[in-house]
Ligand binder design. Structure first.
Ligand SMILES: [Zn+2]
Length: 350
C-alpha cells in the first residue's frame, strides 16, 4: 500500500497507520449508486477502504449530473455501477472496485452482501431499505441508512450486532414503509446537490468509524437535516423496540420475499422494470442475436438496448427495451406494468 496518499488522513490521531491498515481491509457494499451512493463511494475510495462492491440497476441520465458526482456527460446511457467503477479506479488504483448492474431483491441480496463488513444505503426506494435492514440484522452486520429529498435528509446507523446496548433497527424507528406514491421523491420534489454531500458524508464517516472498530463513536441518533432552513435535529434512538418484528422477533419479512413486489416503476424513467422469475444469467451476445429480427439493438457494457419494430406503447411510440445479463429488463414507453410483462414474456422469455 502506498501510504503517502493517505498521509493527511493518517495524521488524525483516531486513524494513524493502524487505522489506515484497517481501512485497507474494509469491505463495503454500496447499495445503490445514485446521488448518495456516488458521494459515499467517492469518499470511501479516497479514504482507502480496500474493497467496494457497487450495486446499481440503473443507467446514467442527464438529470443525474446535477448531484451524482462520479458521472460526466460522456457517461449518459451507461450503467451506473460501471461508470462509477471507471471513475473510482482512476481516483484510487490501490483498492478493488467490484461493479454489479443488478437489482437488489430477496433472490440477489445474500450474494451481494456476502463477505461485506457493512452495508451503506444509497437507494431511492423503501422496499429495498427494509430488505437491507432484514439482511443486516439477520447476519449481524451494520447497515447505514440514508435518504434525501428536496432540502431534507435523514441518516441513521443500524449497528446490527445484537449487543446489550444494541441500537434500534430501521423497523424500530419506522415500523412500516410508506405506501407507494404517498411520499415525495426526487422526481416530484427535486433534490439539492449540497444536501446529498452532507447526508452522504455523514454516512461515509459512520462507515469509516465502523471499519476502524470505533463502534462507540458512531452517531447513535437519527439525524434529520434541512439544509434550506438551516436546521439539524438529532433524535434520540438509543433503545430498540421490544417487540420489533425484525430485530426482536427476527421475522425477516422482506428477506423471505413475503413483502417484495416483483415489478417496480422506476424513479426517473418512463419505464417499468421486469424481473426474471428466478436468479439467472445469460450470454448477452446470444440474446442480442435472438432479438435482432424483432428490432434495432446494440450491445454495450454487457447490456442490450434498443427498440422493437412491431410493438407500440401507450402513446403509439415504439417500445424501448433494455436487457441486463441477469435477464432483468426495463420496458420503456408502455402504459402499464401488465403490458410490460407481456412484452417481456414474448421476447425475452418467462
Ligand atoms: Zn428493530
Amino acid at each position: 500500500m502506498n501510504h503517502e496518499r493517505y498521509q493527511r488522513q493518517m495524521l488524525i490521531p483516531e486513524i494513524g497507520a493502524d487505522g489506515q491498515a484497517r481501512l485497507s481491509k474494509g469491505r463495503v457494499l454500496v447499495a445503490g449508486c445514485g446521488a448518495l451512493g456516488c458521494t459515499i463511494a467517492d469518499l470511501l475510495a479516497r479514504a482507502g477502504v480496500g474493497h467496494l462492491r457497487i450495486v446499481d440497476r440503473d443507467l446514467v441520465e442527464l438529470t443525474n449530473l446535477q448531484r451524482q458526482v462520479l458521472f460526466t456527460e460522456s457517461d449518459v446511457g451507461a450503467p451506473k455501477a460501471f461508470a462509477a467503477a471507471r471513475r473510482l479506479e482512476a481516483v484510487n488504483s490501490d483498492i478493488e472496485i467490484e461493479p454489479h448492474t443488478k437489482d437488489i431483491n430477496p433472490s440477489t441480496v445474500r450474494k451481494l452482501a456476502a463477505d461485506c463488513d457493512l452495508i451503506v444505503d444509497g437507494l431511492d426506494n423503501f422496499e429495498t431499505r427494509y430488505l437491507l435492514n432484514d439482511m443486516a440484522i439477520s447476519c449481524g452486520i451494520p447497515y447505514i441508512y440514508g435518504g434525501a429529498v428536496g432540502s431534507e435528509g435523514l441518516s441513521f446507523t443500524v449497528l446490527g450486532d445484537g449487543a446489550a446496548d444494541g441500537s434500534p433497527c430501521l423497523r424500530c424507528l419506522f415500523p412500516e414503509p410508506p405506501e407507494p406514491g404517498t411520499t415525495a421523491t426526487c422526481d416530484t420534489a427535486g433534490v439539492l446537490g449540497p444536501l446529498i454531500s452532507m447526508v452522504g458524508a455523514h454516512e461515509a464517516l459512520q462507515a469509516m468509524k465502523l471499519i476502524l472498530g470505533k463502534r462507540d463513536e458512531v452517531d447513535r441518533t437519527l439525524m434529520r437535516i434541512d439544509v434550506w432552513n438551516n436546521s439539524i435535529h438529532r433524535m434520540d434512538a438509543s433503545r430498540p423496540v421490544p417487540d420489533c418484528p425484525c430485530c426482536a422477533k427476527r421475522d425477516f419479512q422482506w428477506l423471505s420475499g413475503n413483502r417484495s413486489s416483483s415489478m417496480t416503476v422506476l424513479c426517473g424513467q418512463d419505464a417499468v422494470q421486469v424481473l426474471p422469475a428466478m436468479e439467472t444469467s445469460v450470454d448477452i451476445e446470444d440474446l442480442s442475436r435472438r432479438l435482432a429480427p424483432y428490432g434495432q439493438f446494440d450491445v454495450h457494457d454487457g447490456i442490450i438496448r434498443g427498440r422493437l419494430h412491431e410493438e407500440r406503447g401507450g402513446s403509439g411510440n415504439p417500445v424501448e427495451l433494455t436487457v441486463f445479463e441477469d435477464l432483468r429488463a426495463l420496458v420503456g414507453g408502455v402504459d402499464s406494468a401488465e403490458r410490460a410483462r407481456a412484452i417481456y414474456d414474448r421476447y425475452i422469455g418467462s
